[in-house]
Design a protein around this ligand. Structure first.
Ligand SMILES: Cc1cc2nc3c(=O)[nH]c(=O)nc-3n(C[C@H](O)[C@H](O)[C@H](O)COP(=O)(O)OP(=O)(O)OC[C@H]3O[C@@H](n4cnc5c(N)ncnc54)[C@H](O)[C@@H]3O)c2cc1C
Ligand code: SF4
Length: 510
């Protein structure tokens, strides 16, 4: 890997190496820019990942965040990774595409926000992202007949098989899910990525390389093209010059503060850490928009109990989906949701039973004893922005003396109506598949919207290209920029947005 001196001014510093930072780093390096990525977490060799859920927490951002509101969001393993590759180290690799309607939520429903561009603009980048990640999927996609996937779908797990049965009985269409999971081995940037072996431990890190992470895709490409990645480098200060442009960052590595001068800064630290860094440095905060409009996807789960053992923890979890509820005809809410099959490891399941189901003591132990007889379904639903849902700096500081983030989230009437609708549908699917009882577990997922993109500078933090409205050499490319949550899970769109922003950053640099 090329090394720059800390005193050398580089063209661009990228903070964070997740689904936003890694593609930008690779694109800028390929175009010949001098680029350095600063990543708070360590490097992980995929061979070192362990299915043990307690040990696997090393790939999560475990430093405490304060969670408030009536529906406080769960952090730790439920949200955001820490390491070279960011959250893609532990993501589920479920990669549905957003459709045109999701990007036009306000126009279609009068609620929420439209994206500043439509699907025509985003699609080429989504296709490129699918190619780079290695996305598998069905030969026939019922909701988009033109769609093609390069690899056949992953094998269905028990939850997917029961979901298929239940949906068939109810006349709901399903398809094998698009997933950034190789079903045939391939060599990528000199790394051998194996085919999926259906072990089911994707959230603890994939040991075969079948699941795409930034560490098996864009980051090796970036290094090969001349980028430097500094791991264990926590950025805490952004320095600006007399006219307010960024000219250096200061990061802490092994207890030492190091200053890195740069001509431009790309923040890709995620939906919590990017606004936290901006607020702590009073950067781009003039419009009062940083940290506002926090969005979390309703991610309610329903688990059904069957007479026979199911062992839904085996196999690639998100192997079946339905897009039939993106705009339900009988909806009393704006937007819609996807339903996917689930598969989780025991500790994750136990945590969700406690947190989302309110179980404790003997009732919890009985539910865990019966877990192998259950299969589950979950949603990813639209969430509307609300002035009450926001990230602010708390009065408490973390291990490095930086104020902790405090995130408030309360589901509004729209989210509650969507969850009611989805819960009813999921219960009916499981009952039609033969479940003898069902259990609903409340959950939210993902951290979006806290530096949203907007055409009007008064309504967001960055423009449609990801460039700050206030500081012209500052860019944000992580999922804090989503103006609306979308029903599609965020990472594929995140990679596509990052590829698009990279083109704009290059244009600005020339
Ligand atoms: C359990 C789980 C499952 C998921 N499954 C899916 C899925 O199946 N499909 C999907 O689409 N999405 C999924 N997601 C969501 C998806 O992974 C994220 O939306 C996406 O990866 C976020 O990318 P990002 O670039 O915004 O941030 P991140 O990937 O979180 O990257 C941020 C990086 O910045 C680093 N960083 C933060 N602060 C600093 C700092 N101050 N200095 C230096 N470095 C810093 C962090 O260490 C981290 O590596 C899942 C998420 C979780 C938690
Ligand atoms: S199920 Fe497949 S993608 Fe997931 S961790 Fe195992 S091999 Fe990797």
């Amino acid at each position: 890997m090329r090394r720059f001196g800390a005193a050398d001014e580089v063209d661009v510093v990228v903070v964070g190496t997740g689904a936003g930072g890694a593609p930008v780093l690779a694109e800028l390096a390929a175009a010949g820019l001098r680029v350095v990525a600063l990543e708070a977490g360590p490097f992980f060799d995929p061979a070192e990942h362990t299915p043990d859920e307690t040990d696997a927490a090393e790939i999560n951002w475990m430093s405490e965040r304060l969670s408030a509101g009536e529906d406080p969001t769960a952090f730790g393993p439920n949200n955001s990774g820490r390491g070279v590759g960011g959250s893609t180290l532990h993501w589920g690799a479920f990669t549905p595409r957003p459709d045109a309607a999701q990007l036009r939520l306000r126009t279609e429903t009068g609620e929420g926000r439209d994206w500043p561009f439509g699907l025509d603009e985003l699609l080429p980048y989504l296709l490129r992202a699918e190619q780079d990640l290695g996305v598998s999927g069905p030969a026939d996609y019922p909701w988009d007949p033109d769609r093609l996937y390069a690899y056949p779908p992953a094998d269905r797990n028990a939850s997917a098989r029961n979901m298929a049965d239940g949906c068939r009985a109810l006349g709901i269409r399903t398809a094998d899910a698009p997933a950034a999971v190789l079903t045939r081995a391939r060599s990528q940037h000199g790394l051998a990525r194996g085919a999926c072996i259906s072990c089911g431990t994707c959230h603890q890190g994939c040991r075969t390389g079948a699941k795409a992470t930034m560490g098996t895709t864009y980051l090796p490409a970036a290094v090969a093209a001349g980028a430097e990645i500094r791991a264990g480098a926590l950025v805490h200060t952004v320095e600006t010059d007399a006219v307010g442009r960024v000219h250096a960052v200061v990061y802490r590595q092994d207890g030492t503060d190091i200053r890195q001068p740069c001509r431009a800064l790309v923040l890709a630290a995620g939906g919590v850490e990017t606004p936290r860094l901006l607020l702590a440095n009073d950067l781009a905060t003039g419009g009062g928009q940083v940290g506002r409009n926090f969005l979390a996807h309703p991610a309610t789960q329903v688990w059904g109990t069957f007479d026979e053992q199911q062992r839904a923890y085996r196999g690639y979890p998100s192997s079946l989906l339905t897009e039939d509820f993106l705009r339900p005809a009988d909806a009393d809410f704006a937007g819609g949701y996807l339903i996917q099959s689930l598969g989780v490891m025991p500790l994750t399941f136990a945590t969700t039973l406690v947190r989302g189901g309110g179980l404790w003591g003997p009732e919890l132990m009985a539910a865990l004893d019966g877990a192998r007889f259950t299969t589950g379904l979950g949603i990813n639903g639209e969430c509307l922005p609300s002035g009450d849902n926001a990230l602010v700096l708390s009065g408490e500081t973390d291990e490095d003396g930086i104020p902790r983030a405090e995130v408030s989230f309360t589901a509004g009437p729209n989210e509650r109506a969507l969850i009611r609708h989805a819960t009813d549908v999921m219960v009916r699917i499981l009952e039609a598949a033969g479940a003898t009882s069902t259990r609903v577990l409340d959950r939210t997922a993902h951290t979006l919207g806290t530096c949203r993109m907007s055409t009007d500078p008064g309504d967001g933090v960055v423009d449609a290209d990801g460039r700050s409205h206030e500081v012209d050499n500052l860019w944000i490319v992580d999922n804090s920029t989503f103006p609306s949550a979308l029903a599609a899970n965020p990472a594929l769109t995140q990679v596509a947005l990052a590829l698009r922003s990279a083109e704009r950053i290059l244009r600005a640099a020339r």
